[in-house]
Design a protein around this ligand. Structure first.
Ligand code: SIN
Length: 362
């Protein structure tokens, strides 16, 4: 057993090392033979995460590349013609707003350059997957699907979920019923809208859910089942956008003062999302800091730390103080509200306009 694991590690290490070369070769191969292929074409963009890790629960975490990810799922070749690209190989906690911009452009450029592509699969760490998926949902205009997937168990673990998630993601990306649904997340056979999905458990393979709106569909063994017709929310155009405005999240709790909000403003935040108590409530200290922030032109969105339920979007709604000018997050969790506020601030820094954007995304 020890020997088997050791040789598996050796293989994964080797595969990781040659991944970049293989992925480049795969890209060239697919492009030069695109026309005669009968199978749907799916492009994989690998960013890292547990799906691409080895020795995960040790101090010596290793990484594997896109070629090794694909090598673990030989059956993938029977459903699609695959190309792959290594975008990054990081834990998703290291994904930045700058990387969101580049990833979105990268995917849009690839879709534009390859009209024969059925869809794109992004492999990603699960911790911030929901934020990247929502950003892509709001910014990749092409009607072809972007499926974001990952794994709760490392590539050399027992009973691993990564290969099944990758296989099913390719099936969904190749499915004609995926068109017009934007960016989705697939784990544990379930398909979720990028907007609605959230990680709800730290370790279980069924960690993902959409508590307020439910799953979009499932990848059953025989076919992809869709529960709802395709739908997309208003999009944001990133043309000419060089960087995204800083938006921070401040957490409310009994006795919290406004120090975090003041610090975010001092650090250059253009927007702040407050994870409010209950239905978007705050504390006297946070309330005072929100007023100071707004006097400095910072747009403040108030959501809830409860994990489900909404904070009415209308200005000032949901705040016990009733002070005007804050925007309710609706049913978006605060980390999703941050994504939407970041993009909304590209259009306007007036909280009334931002409230209209949030209303349009409920
Ligand atoms: C990460 O988000 O990169 C680590 C956790 C995971 O991928 O499951």
């Amino acid at each position: 057993m020890r020997k088997t694991l050791k040789s598996a590690h050796r293989y994964l290490k080797r595969a990781g090392a040659i991944s970049a070369a293989l992925s480049a070769a795969a890209t060239v191969a697919a492009q030069s033979t695109a026309a005669p292929l009968a199978k749907p074409q799916v492009h994989i963009v690998a960013t890292g995460g547990t799906i691409a890790s080895t020795n995960y629960y040790s101090a010596n975490v290793g990484k594997i590349g896109v070629a090794a990810l694909l090598a673990a799922v030989p059956a993938i070749d029977s459903i699609a013609s695959i190309t792959g690209r290594q975008f990054s190989n990081v834990a998703s906690g290291a994904i930045t707003t700058d990387m969101w911009l580049r990833l979105s452009r990268d995917i849009s450029d690839t879709l534009r350059a390859r009209p024969g592509l059925a869809g794109v699969v992004v492999t990603h760490g699960t911790d911030t997957m929901e934020e990247t998926a929502y950003f892509l949902d709001l910014t990749v205009a092409d009607p072809r699907p972007v499926i974001v997937t990952g794994a709760m168990r490392p590539s050399d673990g027992i009973g691993i979920d990564g290969p099944a998630n990758l296989y099913n993601s390719v099936r969904v990306a190749a499915d004609p019923g995926s068109r017009g649904r934007g960016a989705m997340v697939l784990l544990n056979d379930e398909i979720f809208a990028g907007r609605d999905v959230t990680k709800m458990n730290t370790v279980r393979p069924d960690a993902f859910g959409a508590p307020y709106r439910g799953a979009l569909g499932v990848a059953d063994p025989e076919r992809i089942v869709w529960h709802r017709p395709p739908f997309r929310q208003p999009l944001f155009d990133l043309t000419g956008v060089r960087e995204l405005p800083r938006v921070d999240i401040a957490y409310a709790y009994a006795g919290a003062d406004g120090a975090a909000i003041d610090a975010f403003v001092a650090a250059g935040a253009k927007g702040i999302v407050v994870a409010g108590v209950g239905r978007g409530g705050t504390t006297p200290g946070i309330d005072a800091a929100i007023r100071r922030a707004m006097q400095n032109g910072v747009v403040v969105v108030v959501g809830s730390r409860t994990g489900s339920g909404g904070v009415a979007v209308g200005e000032g709604a949901g705040r016990e103080s009733g002070s005007p000018g804050t925007v309710g997050a609706g049913d978006l969790p605060v980390q999703k509200a941050r994504v939407l506020l970041t993009l909304a601030l590209l259009k306007s820094t007036d909280s009334r306009d931002v409230a209209r954007v949030f209303a349009a995304h409920q």
